[in-house]
Each structure stands twice: as structure tokens, then as C-alpha cells.
Design a protein around this ligand. Structure first.
Ligand code: ATP
Length: 355
């Protein structure tokens, strides 16, 4: 089998601990299941600014385009010095590779501080339009201030963008419990959310086996706390998805438990945890590596399914089981999820559980 080509982009702060942890785990699982992977380290973020003069050095997009997928560690762009070359690479990567669907699962595990023991849902967040001013226009910013009194933020919803994310969510729902919930606010955003909902239903016509329902976003925020078990696959627009996925993480132990995979219609995918670079805990060996490791397992699963490589799917499954095993013991899980282990000790336990 031709080896998968996977890029490693450590990112900033805790990224420099949790991305190497994820690579260690995937290497071990890949060895076990005989999955060939060609890894390449690609400079990004603050360390790339120091070594290459840019947080996203020239040629990065070309290098990544030759790969099957990549792992992007969290980016702490808020702390970059205000110098040319210090840019936020996220939106550029998502936009350039048209990674329009951000798949963010939420799962509960026993004894780690989850509010319920039986949550298993996935929120698919539209990734490239919406209110986010850094990605909803090709030039300038989708936010402007006509006078000192007033700021206008533009929200972009397109038929194509809505259709594409709806189809990705429908495909995912089909592989799960065949139930998709559309989350929106078309009672107020009659045109924007209205168009999103319209396109979701049009796409759903090709998926008669998936049951589709809809919930207004504020009601959904409440129901996510009260009865999250009633949801399986959820699709929503960018900003709603951003907020709701953090809320969902809060149900299952916090941001360290919130993985994600960004996909598009092309073959390339990007593993990216939901959380940021958490500078407050960086360099202390306390960051929870779960989200980054699970995101990387999602990448492996995606590559296995799209390239018809069952051994890669099996490797991803075995990572899931190893994570479950490490999480079941306070001595092999980190302190944010009621444990006593550091990042390294939790990663060691996951690698041991794989074997
Ligand atoms: P961003 O805006 O970039 O998403 P943020 O301001 O939401 O970032 P994060 O960096 O995501 O903030 O983290 C918020 C807090 O959650 C951190 O300060 C940290 O205490 C905790 N946290 C985040 N990720 C982890 C993790 N992997 N393990 C343990 N704690 C984490």
C-alpha cells in the first residue's frame, strides 16, 4: 500500500506537547496495524516566526497540498508580536483547502466529570462563512465601523456553502444513527438561516434513510444541557457551531475532551482539536492530550475510509479503545478530568494500552 503522507504542524504553547503525543500514539497504532505513514514536520506558528520570519512560511500551502492530511496544533495568534509575518494561519488553511465542515464529536466517559454518562453526539460546524470576519470576504474584513458609534458585522450564508456542509453532515449521520438535527434561528434570520435550512432540506432529499428535524438555536443550547442524549448528528452555521461545541465540551469534562476534524470535498483533511493553545498551562506537562489524539485518530479513520484501507480504520478504532482504557484510571488521566497524570504519563498509558 502507498504510505499515507501526513504533515505535523505543532502550533503554539500546549501544541508543542500534545501534537508530539498524538504522533507517538498514531505511530504505535500504525505499527501495530501495518499502516505505512510518511510523516513530515512543517513549521508553523511562533517558532516558525523565529526560524523562518513568518508564522506561516512561504511554500507551506504547496507542501501541504502534496499530503493526504495534516495535524494542526492549536495556534496562539493573539500573543504574536505585531510584526509583518505574524499572521493567523488557521483561516488561511481552512479556506485554501476548502475545509468547510468541522466535525466535532462529544462523548462521555465514566468518572472523569461528565454531566451524563451516555452522551454520544457530533456537531458539524460550517467552517468558512458565517459571522467570522476573518474568512467571510476575499479582501478586507467582514466587520467595519462607519462611525465611532457603530460597528457592523457581516454574516455570510451561501447556498453552496450550506449545501456542502449539509451533505457532509448527512453522510456522517448515515454512518451513525441516521438522524440529523438542523440548528438555526430562521425565526429571526429569515433570509440567512432561512437559506441554510432550505439548502439542508434540499440536500436531505438524496438521503431518504436519514431522519431530519430542526431545533432553534436557543432551544438547542438549553436542550444540549437537559437532554443531550436525544441528539445524534447536528449541523449548524459557523458561529452557532463555535459556541455550541464548547458548551458540548463542558458536558463531558471540558476543552481537553473536544476533538475535531476539518474536511472538504477534496481528499485532504486536517485534524484540529477544538481548544486553543492554553498558554496558562503550556510547558508544565499538564495538558490533556485526549482531544489532539482523538482528532488524529479521526484523520486516520477518514483516510482509511476514503482510500479503502481497512487497516487504517482498525488502527483508529484501536486508538479509541486505548484512550478509553487510559481514561478509566485516575492515575493515567490528566488533572482536568479528575486524574493525577501528566501529559507524558497519560500518553505512555495510551501507548501501553495499544500494545
Ligand atoms: P481560542 O480562542 O484560541 O479557542 P480560548 O481563549 O478559548 O482559545 P483555550 O486556549 O482553548 O482558550 O483554553 C481555555 C482554557 O481551557 C485554558 O486556559 C486551559 O486552562 C483549558 N484547556 C484548554 N485546552 C486544554 C487541554 N488540552 N488540557 C487541559 N486544559 C485545557
Amino acid at each position: 500500500m502507498t504510505p499515507f503522507k501526513i504533515g505535523i504542524l505543532d502550533g503554539d504553547d500546549i501544541g508543542r506537547e500534545i501534537v508530539p503525543a498524538a504522533v507517538r500514539v498514531v505511530r504505535a497504532a500504525a505499527d501495530l496495524h501495518k499502516v505505512a505513514i510518511d510523516w513530515s514536520q512543517v513549521p508553523i506558528g511562533r517558532s516558525a516566526l523565529d526560524t523562518h520570519g513568518s508564522t506561516m512560511p512561504d511554500g507551506t500551502l504547496e507542501t501541504l497540498a502534496a499530503l493526504d492530511g495534516f495535524i494542526l496544533g492549536p495556534i496562539g495568534h493573539q500573543a504574536y508580536p505585531k510584526v509583518p509575518g505574524a499572521i493567523n494561519p488557521h483561516p488561511i488553511l481552512r479556506k485554501h483547502f476548502d475545509l468547510f465542515a468541522n466535525i466535532r464529536p462529544t462523548r462521555s466517559y465514566k468518572d472523569i466529570g461528565c454531566i451524563y454518562d451516555d452522551i454520544d453526539l457530533v456537531i458539524v460546524r460550517e467552517n468558512n462563512e458565517g459571522f467570522q470576519p476573518d474568512r467571510n470576504v476575499v479582501a478586507g474584513s467582514g466587520e467595519f465601523r462607519p462611525s465611532d458609534e457603530m460597528t457592523i458585522s457581516v454574516r455570510v450564508i451561501s447556498r453552496t456553502g450550506s449545501r456542502k456542509v449539509a451533505r457532509a453532515a448527512l453522510e456522517l449521520a448515515r454512518s451513525r444513527r441516521k438522524k440529523l438535527t438542523l440548528v438555526h434561528k430562521n425565526t429571526v434570520f429569515k433570509l440567512g438561516c432561512g437559506m441554510f435550512v432550505e439548502e439542508c432540506y434540499k440536500a436531505a432529499a438524496d438521503f431518504p434513510d436519514v431522519k431530519v428535524d430542526e431545533v432553534i438555536v436557543d432551544t438547542f443550547a438549553m436542550r444540549l444541557v437537559r437532554d443531550p442524549q436525544t441528539f445524534d448528528t447536528v449541523v449548524t452555521t459557523n458561529m452557532f457551531g463555535d459556541i455550541l461545541t464548547d458548551e458540548a465540551a463542558g458536558l463531558v469534562g471540558g476543552l481537553g475532551m473536544a476533538p475535531g476534524l476539518c474536511i472538504g470535498e477534496g481528499n485532504i483533511a486536517m485534524a484540529q482539536a477544538t481548544h486553543g493553545s492554553a498558554p496558562d498551562i503550556a510547558g508544565k506537562d499538564v495538558a490533556n492530550p485526549y482531544a489532539m489524539i482523538y482528532s488524529t485518530a479521526m484523520l486516520l479513520d477518514f483516510l482509511g475510509r476514503s482510500r479503502k484501507a481497512p487497516n487504517a480504520v482498525a488502527a483508529a478504532k484501536s486508538i479509541e479503545r486505548a484512550l478509553e482504557s487510559a481514561l478509566s484510571n485516575p492515575e493515567t488521566r490528566t488533572r482536568d478530568i479528575r486524574g493525577t497524570a501528566g501529559t507524558t504519563a497519560m500518553t505512555d498509558a495510551i501507548v501501553r494500552a495499544l500494545a
